[in-house]
Write a protein that binds this ligand. Structure first.
Ligand SMILES: Cc1cc2nc3c(=O)[nH]c(=O)nc-3n(C[C@H](O)[C@H](O)[C@H](O)COP(=O)(O)O)c2cc1C
Length: 210
């Protein structure tokens, strides 16, 4: 899979570190949802005609990151960091970047919103590697708030899937275009010409109170 990603032109690998086991999805349990229905499968898990199930490992540890780094030249980004101490460990273990994320709220219940966790992670990382954020990015205003708090970039989960469901690839492009236009509009209304000018002082209230 790593080789296929590199051959397809991917410029980094993202290793999800908040999912040693599945989170508890109570609605899925109520609907007795265990696996994808026949005919649907995780396309990236298809291997020479055989579809492999998703496997998670409670033994997952830093040594697996070292292994991954040893078998690829691609930068490895860690996704699912919320605690500043983990961000420091990520830097020390050679992560190329971290993504502050609570997995869209789908793994551990009651974790803080990623936007609230972001400032402490940015402080801990101290500019040594890029800090990205995902979770709840729905509007250009959300992007501006994350960047003002020190994120290098943001990721978008569900809105991309919604666009895909509505109109395939064109729907995804439309979602990203709406976000881009809203981002530009927000910057203008805040008096900025570019995202590079954004500073933390822009936000009068703590993240989450907007
Ligand atoms: C249906 C669904 C499946 C997901 N599966 C994965 C996954 O396999 N691995 C992963 O790292 N994140 C997974 N995520 C989390 C997303 O990568 C991302 O962190 C999250 O959706 C961002 O929040 P947002 O949807 O509010 O933008 C999934 C999210 C959804 C909604």
């Amino acid at each position: 899979m790593i080789q296929r990603a590199a051959a397809a032109g991917c410029r980094a690998l993202v290793l999800t570190v908040d999912s040693a086991v599945f989170g508890s999805h109570e609605r899925d349990n109520r609907h007795d949802f265990h696996q994808l229905p026949d005919g649907l499968h995780c396309e990236n898990m298809r291997d020479a005609g055989e579809v492999r199930p998703i496997q998670m490992s409670p033994e997952f540890s830093w040594k697996h990151l070292r292994w991954l780094q040893s078998v690829t030249d691609l930068p490895v980004i860690l996704k699912g960091i919320l605690h500043p101490d983990d961000a420091i460990l990520a830097v020390e273990h050679g992560a190329a970047a971290v993504i502050v994320s609570n997995h869209g709220g789908r793994q551990l219940d009651t974790t803080p919103a990623s936007i609230r966790a972001l400032p402490a992670v940015v402080r801990a990382v101290g500019g040594r590697i890029p800090v990205l954020l995902d979770g709840g990015i729905r509007r250009g205003t959300d992007v501006v708030k994350a960047l003002a708090l020190g994120a290098t970039a943001v990721g978008v989960g569900r809105p991309v899937v919604w666009g895909l469901a509505v109109d395939g690839g064109k729907g995804v492009s439309a979602v990203l275009e709406i976000l881009r236009a809203e981002l530009e509009h927000t910057l203008l209304l805040c008096g900025y010409g570019s995202v590079r000018e954004l500073v933390a002082g822009l936000l009068l209230l703590p993240p989450g109170e907007y």
